[in-house]
Write a protein that binds this ligand. Structure first.
Ligand SMILES: [Cu+2]
Length: 376
């Protein structure tokens, strides 16, 4: 129990997500503290064991019966059962306070339903099996009045404890499979807001479509430069009015389609408040469609926390700066969204236009050379 309480304070000391650990020295001090605590507990257990051994020897010297170790272990099992169940209850109630707030997307409600159904079923099974396990250890502890009954095999109970969990787990997995299909099996419809989310070590780049509502295509082999780091192509007129943004701003109640890319290693778009996660894989564009349902202002009110922000994290350990790979997500009213969008900088600036000209000229020259080479 003492150890469990200790873990609690460890959690409380963890810096809030996103805050870079300012002082790594204190973390190691914490680890050292728990190692010492563990060694101390080992020493105490060893000392108690020795004391009991001496006590037993003195009893025997006096001609009395020694300690009944079967009873001793039986009662320890009971203590373990009660302490363990209390620990589970404690972690539910105390750690449970730190759970995510209500889902801020329409599909998130379904994910939470599945999560709580799974938790309820597994918790029920956990409690029953622990009571049976430790209860039986106590009830049938070694005794001189009882002789052990040799009972090597029973097909009926083997079948029950194989088939029942198999059915329950299959139902849970199939339920999850169909839910995931329902969430991801979406077709693009007119009116979806397409936003490009591109990951690289160690940042997210955001590109919004301009007035035409369409994102221009990209071409890494021809157009990638430091300023045009999303390799937006000059060939696609849709890209001329695209916008670069620093915050992922989303209008509430509108269907959003995140087009997800990675430029180096695998990253993962993780927006826990929306119950949303999708890998960002180099060379394999992915997407996630969802509808945010609670504005940031509304969520701040509901949580009574004026500093609250939705966040977009990277959820694949992608390198040394992984911990810092996050963006603020703001869910606003559609009117606020339009105002915000009108203030974003165009992606294509004068420098990119110049680079486009150079790249296109280089391409033409290259193509002409190829032609000559082929003709000869
Ligand atoms: Cu990453």
């Amino acid at each position: 129990m003492f150890l469990l309480m200790g873990t609690g304070s460890l959690f409380a000391d963890t810096p809030a997500a996103g805050t870079p650990a300012a002082d790594t020295g204190s973390e190691w001090l914490g680890v050292g503290y728990y190692v010492l605590l563990f060694l101390l507990v080992c020493v105490i257990v060893a000392v108690i064991g020795k004391i009991l051994k001496i006590y037993e020897l003195t009893l025997k010297m006096q001609g009395k019966k020694g300690i009944n170790w079967n009873n001793f272990i039986g009662y320890i099992c009971l203590v373990f059962l009660v302490a363990g169940l209390y620990g589970a209850y404690w972690s539910f109630t105390v750690q449970g306070q730190q759970i995510l707030p209500e889902p801020a997307s329409s599909h998130g409600v379904l994910i939470d339903q599945m999560f709580w159904t799974t938790t309820a079923i597994t918790t029920f099974v956990f409690i029953i099996t622990q009571i049976l396990l430790f209860g039986f250890l106590f009830k049938y502890r070694g005794s001189e009045k009882r002789k052990a009954y040799y009972y090597p095999h029973n097909n009926t109970i083997e079948k029950i404890w194989t088939i029942v969990p198999a059915i329950v787990l299959t139902v849970l997995v199939v339920f999850g499979f169909f839910l995931w299909r329902q969430i991801t099996n979406t077709t693009e419809v007119k009116g979806d807001i397409n936003i490009d989310v591109t990951a690289h070590q160690f940042a997210w780049e955001l590109r919004y479509p301009g007035a035409d509502g369409k994102l221009g295509t990209t071409d890494y082999q021809t157009y990638y430069t430091q300023s045009n780091n999303l390799a937006v192509s000059s060939k696609d007129k849709n890209s001329y009015d695209d916008l670069r943004a620093d915050t992922l701003v989303l209008p509430v109640g509108k269907s959003i389609r995140l087009n997800i890319h990675a430029q180096d290693v695998i990253h993962s778009v993780f927006m826990p408040h929306f119950r949303l996660q999708m890998n960002a894989v180099p060379g394999l564009p992915t997407f996630f469609k969802f509808t945010p349902t609670i504005t940031t202002a509304d969520m701040r009110n509901r949580l009574d926390d004026p500093g609250f922000n939705y966040l977009l994290y990277c959820n694949k350990i992608c390198g040394g700066g992984h911990y810092n790979m996050q963006k603020v997500v703001m869910v606003v009213t559609p009117a606020e969204y339009r105002v915000w969008l009108s203030h974003q900088k165009p992606y294509v600036n004068d420098l990119i236009r110049k680079e486009w000209k150079l790249a296109d000229a280089g391409n033409k020259a290259g193509a002409a050379e190829n032609k000559i080479a082929l003709n000869n």
